[in-house]
Design a protein around this ligand. Structure first.
Ligand code: UDP
Length: 323
């Protein structure tokens, strides 16, 4: 039985990865400090003998007994509201945390995949973004703590590959959505769905002309799974190229949820990227991967998840525009 350590296991992506690796017959060790993660996302796994959980902050020395074949480093705050609230933890988990896990991978002779992000491209001047683009990042802006931690993460991962011959994989994740996103993480999708369900107007930032391209979580997990098992060590974009403006996205959610409310416009947050769309030529060529879930299908599943949450959960919201 192969074993995999998944950091950020109680988070949105980490928990879906735990499910996938359990299903594939791995022994899964989940790790999380539960700052932004929630045990509810993985409680269904606790009864399984092939699943173990460690409550630990990977920015501190990481110890795992026994053999380890793979490490997936997915621990990090990952929404603008989180890294504005906990900027230093965000910097530490991307830098010190990555260093600790690279050290662990080296000691265990394990292969490591690190979760990077489209944020390494910043507010991009090249569209769509391919992996050869170096990005346009403001290091001292509010997003700098996340963007630069992730850029450092890529640099140190490449250094461990080059110096120690470590087997490394780097996935650049574009906007992803699905069940288990936190309703109050301030991201556009949970924000709009929460507002629709509470009967509030939907808050579009700026004039709503900025674009994003949303990938359903199952597609992302499939791309990550293939990348881990591939022999390719350079960064690979994984995302859905279907691009939409935030204004259109708000209208789409009003139609989907049958909400009576309207869109209202709030100031655009500092350094909010104007456009984002992955160029997935590399993922197609190397992994034979492309997304298969349309936005209509993915949003319907995600909406069903949020709608079934208890009413008190729905009250948890983040009014990002007031801060
Ligand atoms: N956004 C919005 N209303 C909200 C939350 C976000 O219009 O209530 C916009 C935000 O300004 C950005 C886009 O939606 O342009 C995506 O934001 P998110 O925080 O989900 O992720 P990002 O891609 O910016 O990291």
């Amino acid at each position: 039985m192969k074993s995999v350590l998944i950091t950020g296991a109680a988070g949105f992506l980490g928990s879906h990865l735990c499910d996938r690796f359990v299903r594939e017959g791995y022994r899964v060790i989940g790790m999380d400090n539960l700052i932004t993660g929630d045990l509810k996302n993985i409680e269904h796994l606790f009864k399984l003998k092939e699943f173990e959980f460690y409550h630990h902050d990977v920015s501190k020395f990481v110890y795992v007994p026994g053999d380890l074949d793979y490490i997936l480093h997915f621990a990090s705050p990952a929404s603008p509201i989180d890294y504005l609230k906990i900027p230093i933890q965000t910097l530490k988990v991307g830098s010190l945390g990555t260093h600790n896990l690279l050290g662990l991978a080296k000691a265990k002779k394990a292969r490591i995949l690190v979760a990077s992000t489209s944020e390494v491209y910043g507010d991009p001047m090249v569209h769509p973004q391919n992996e050869d683009y170096w990005g346009h990042v403001n290091p001292i802006g509010p997003r700098g703590v996340y963007d630069e931690a992730k850029r450092f993460q890529e640099a140190i991962t490449m250094a461990y590959h080059n110096v120690h011959g470590l087997e490394t994989r780097i996935v650049r994740i574009f906007n992803t959505y699905g069940p288990r996103m936190r309703l109050n993480d301030g991201r556009v999708l949970p924000a709009f769905i929460g507002q629709a369900l509470r009967g509030e107007d939907l808050t579009v930032f700026g004039d709503g002309s900025q674009t994003r391209s949303f990938c359903y979580v199952d597609d992302l997990v499939e791309g990550i799974y293939r990348l881990l098992l591939s022999d390719y060590h350079l960064p690979v974009n994984i995302g859905n190229p279907d691009e939409i403006t935030m204004g259109e996205f708000g209208e789409e959610l009003i139609r989907l949820t049958g909400a009576q409310q309207k869109l209202i416009f709030k100031p655009l947050p500092t350094d909010d990227p104007k456009q984002r769309q992955p160029d997935i030529t590399r993922a197609k060529a190397i992994l034979g991967w492309e997304p298969t879930v349309s936005r209509a299908e993915g949003l319907a599943k995600t909406y069903a998840y949020f709608k079934a949450l208890p009413t008190e959960e729905l009250r948890k919201t983040a009014h990002r525009f007031e801060s």
